[in-house]
Design a protein. Structure first.
Length: 337
């Protein structure tokens, strides 16, 4: 249930647009608060979790400290929300960063739901849209064209859960807009990093392996596109059928060849060194992360601009060669569907 709700106007500091801070919270009817909460929370569908980070200590993380004050007591809400808005305003370094309204809400958990937590909602509304508002009386129904913010199309959002406080809380974050100012919300303002949980390790391992098969494998070994497609299919089969990931089991069943396994181990080591991110070799597989990555593991062989071959299974049913007409693929099948 939303217990505190406030809005500030955050202009672009580079362009000397204003920062306007509210002094009081909204006074909304309870039904409106419930509808607003329901509509907004639908925007946080991704289960990827983040946490506040700081290279020295969370004691120096300004936003983390203000969030902590809000969770402690109601008296800090307005003041801390103003500090959060001021922080966002002064971090703008790109003249293309849009002005917007910063909406901050404290959502207290249902006392009857033990698994739930208090939450803090931080939204930046930048894009306005048109909508039709209906008014009617005894004689007619009228539609009026109005401009405002569409709750289904919020630009930037952060939902912080009041748990795991010592390690930076747990948060869901999104930014619908990408481009030149992509770091503004995630890195500069929120300063968050993915939490090293099952979703993270599943997602990172799949991304790492796809990168290896697509880039490093053909650079080191003589492999065809059909071979690459088979490796990708084996990977998705492994993650779809298993509940637990063991690095040795994975490499032996998917890569099989010792030289390939050694190559992948080296690739993983180099990646972790470059990114300073350690990927576990033993974790429970998160099915939602697997589902998220399935569309990136479509095994497609693209032939010029004429044909795409979608490979779903048996590599032995695909042959490749070259004759006087050019390069070719030969496909074997039992029946046509």
């Amino acid at each position: 249930m939303i217990t505190s709700l406030i809005t500030h106007y955050v202009g672009n500091a580079v362009l000397q647009h204003p920062l306007k801070l509210s002094e009081v919270c909204w006074d909304l009817p309870q039904a409106s608060k419930e509808l607003l909460e329901e509509k907004i929370l639908l925007q946080f569908k991704s289960l990827e979790e983040f946490e506040f980070k700081h290279e020295v200590s969370l004691q120096h993380h300004t936003l983390y400290q203000e969030v902590k004050k809000i969770f402690v007591g109601k008296e800090a809400f307005v003041t801390s929300s103003q500090e959060i808005a001021s922080r966002l305003y002064h971090l703008a370094s790109n003249p293309r960063t849009p002005d917007g309204h910063l909406l901050i809400a404290k959502i207290e958990k249902d006392p009857e739901t033990e698994a739930d937590y208090d939450k803090l909602l931080i939204l930046k509304l930048e894009s306005m849209g048109f909508y039709l508002k209906s008014e009617q009386d005894d004689e007619q129904v009228e539609l009026h064209l109005s401009e405002g913010f569409i709750l289904d199309k919020i630009d930037k959002g952060c939902l912080v859960y009041n748990t795991n406080e010592d390690n930076g809380y747990v948060a869901h974050v999104f930014d619908r807009k990408k481009g030149a100012d992509a770091a503004y919300w995630f890195d500069n303002f929120l300063n968050v990093a993915p939490r090293a949980n099952e979703f993270f390790h599943t997602n990172e391992t799949l991304a790492l392996y796809k990168s290896y098969i697509s880039k490093q494998l053909p650079a080191e070994f003589e492999v065809s596109k059909a071979d690459q497609a088979e490796f990708l299919n084996r990977t998705m089969d492994f993650f779809s059928e298993k509940d637990h990931f063991d690095f040795n089991e994975f490499t032996e069943s998917v890569l099989e060849d010792k030289e390939l396994i050694e190559s992948f181990v080296n690739y993983k080591t180099d990646h972790e060194h470059q990114t300073q991110v350690s990927i576990s070799e033993d974790f429970n597989i998160d099915p939602l992360a697997v589902k998220k990555n399935q569309r990136f593991f479509k095994s497609v062989i693209k032939l010029d601009k004429n044909f795409h071959i979608y490979v779903h299974g048996d590599r032995k049913r695909i042959e490749t060669g070259q004759d006087e007409k050019g390069k070719y693929y030969r496909l074997y099948f039992d029946e046509e569907k």
